[in-house]
Write a protein that binds this ligand. Structure first.
Ligand SMILES: [Zn+2]
Length: 181
């Protein structure tokens, strides 16, 4: 067990023993606002994005990926998650929320592949995903471009009903201010 995991387990025991869960009002798994939020895994957005949007625990499904991105509109696990959210959990609106200063937008395929190889990832494995990585990162000409592209993938997915509303937003990760794109 690492130091971090041992700290997490001990914090969790205290959380349960002290009944800190009581500070969180009870909610069930059905999203009260019938919304799903697809956003970035950026640490600044954790615990921040829902209050910044006026949403509470229990209001929305939250899906996080690096750069609030997906690869395509039929095969990507994000699409599968949205299919489950729409058909099983009554989601009617989807918000794609990118953010300023997104680290994924700054990634360069060659650099990332180089770092993977220098940490011992097999060259064949790196070569095998290089084109996919390039295509993935290619949508980040700007943060807005990526949000628009992702919204379009969701809107045009043959697996999702056309009645679903899809919105694109970009958030300032310090102030929480959003702009609609
Ligand atoms: Zn990001």
């Amino acid at each position: 067990m690492t130091e971090l995991l041992s700290e997490i387990i001990s914090a969790n025991q205290k959380f349960v023993q002290n009944k800190q869960w009581q500070e969180f009002f009870p909610v069930d798994g059905k999203p009260q606002r019938k919304a799903a939020v697809l956003t970035c895994m950026d640490t600044r957005l954790a615990g921040f994005i829902l209050p910044a949007l006026g949403l509470k625990r229990g209001d929305a499904k939250v899906i996080k990926t690096a750069g609030n991105s997906l690869l395509d509109n039929t095969q990507d696990p994000v699409i599968f998650s949205l299919v489950a959210a729409v058909f099983e959990m009554g989601i009617e609106e989807i918000l794609v929320v990118g953010h300023d200063d997104c680290g994924i937008a700054k990634l360069k395929t060659e650099e990332l592949c180089g770092k993977m190889q220098s940490r011992g990832i097999a060259p064949d494995a790196v070569k095998g995903i290089e084109d996919k990585l390039r295509a993935w990162l290619g949508h980040f000409k700007t943060i807005e471009d990526n949000v628009k592209w992702v919204c379009r993938q969701i809107q045009t997915s043959p697996l999702l009903p056309k009645t679903i509303q899809v919105h694109g937003l970009v958030m300032n990760p310090q102030t929480g201010q959003v702009r609609v794109v």
